[in-house]
Ligand binder design. Structure first.
Ligand code: TYD
Length: 236
């Protein structure tokens, strides 16, 4: 069985960067790594991303429940068409940039759908395919949202990547424009998920410098999965 690791966190927590750093490091160690980003990674997943993005142009017309099902529909496809076959491989690693805990945190704690109901939908969508380790990059929402603001300002300084900056701004804006209380609920929700499953989660202080965060993540992966070490050593 492959090792399945997911990354979670609020807006601007640096989780995507850290997920990519870990994937690259594992690949360089000779392991087969499948990287998935939710929603996306399948045709339906890209359509869902597009619908959620386009929903921005009008007022927020998509209900919380529809949003829950959209993310979950994308996940069901991902599990069936991508994850299951990878998870069956030995000496492989699956890294997910967001997975089922995002739905609990955002649609459950953030939007207010009862968490037991979200859990039922999550179980259906995943068919029980759960990460063995989940990194939660935790930081106060105000820090994360400020980071995103600075990033977008940075993009605008260079016209050649203006479009990329705008696209990113629109993609995230569905949630980035929510009031601070929404993001506080998401953060507290994540911490509650950790309290319920302390063994699966590893909480990382995302206010630390990027390099320190990636060291902590690497140490945790090496500690938790000693079975990967021989493969890494034989590649060196
Ligand atoms: P994305 O563009 O992936 O940015 P990032 O992961 O870097 O924040 O944003 C996806 C947004 O969708 C993000 O704000 C979290 C949200 N989301 C949910 O609300 N529920 C989910 O199940 C998932 C996977 C994401």
């Amino acid at each position: 069985m492959a090792v399945f690791i997911s990354f979670e966190g609020g807006e601007g927590s640096g989780k995507s960067t850290q997920a990519e750093i870990l994937a690259e490091r594992l690949r360089n160690s000779g392991l087969a790594v499948e990287f998935v980003h939710e929603p996306g990674s399948t045709e339906l997943g890209w359509h869902v991303r597009d619908i959620l993005k386009r929903g921005l142009l009008g007022e927020r017309a998509i209900s919380a429940e529809a949003e829950l099902f959209l993310f979950s529909a994308a996940r069901a496809e991902l599990v069936l068409k991508v994850l299951q076959s990878f998870l069956a491989q030995p000496n492989a690693v699956v890294i997910a940039d967001r997975y089922v805990d995002s739905t609990s945190a955002y649609q459950g704690y953030g939007r207010g759908i009862p968490i037991e109901q979200v859990a039922v939908v999550n179980a259906l969508a995943t068919r029980g395919a759960m990460p063995c380790l989940t990194f939660l990059l935790d930081l106060p929402p105000v820090n994360g949202l400020t980071r995103i603001g600075d990033l977008q300002l940075g993009f605008r300084l260079d016209d050649s990547i203006l479009y990329a900056g705008e696209a990113r701004a629109q993609e995230g804006a569905r949630f980035e424009d929510e009031p601070l209380e929404f993001h506080e609920r998401v953060r507290q929700g994540y911490l509650e998920l950790v309290a319920n499953e302390p063994d699966r989660f590893c909480v990382i202080d995302a206010t630390l410098p990027e390099r320190r965060v990636s060291e902590l993540i690497w140490d945790e992966v090496c500690d938790r999965f000693p079975e990967l070490t021989p493969v890494m050593e034989s590649a060196n």
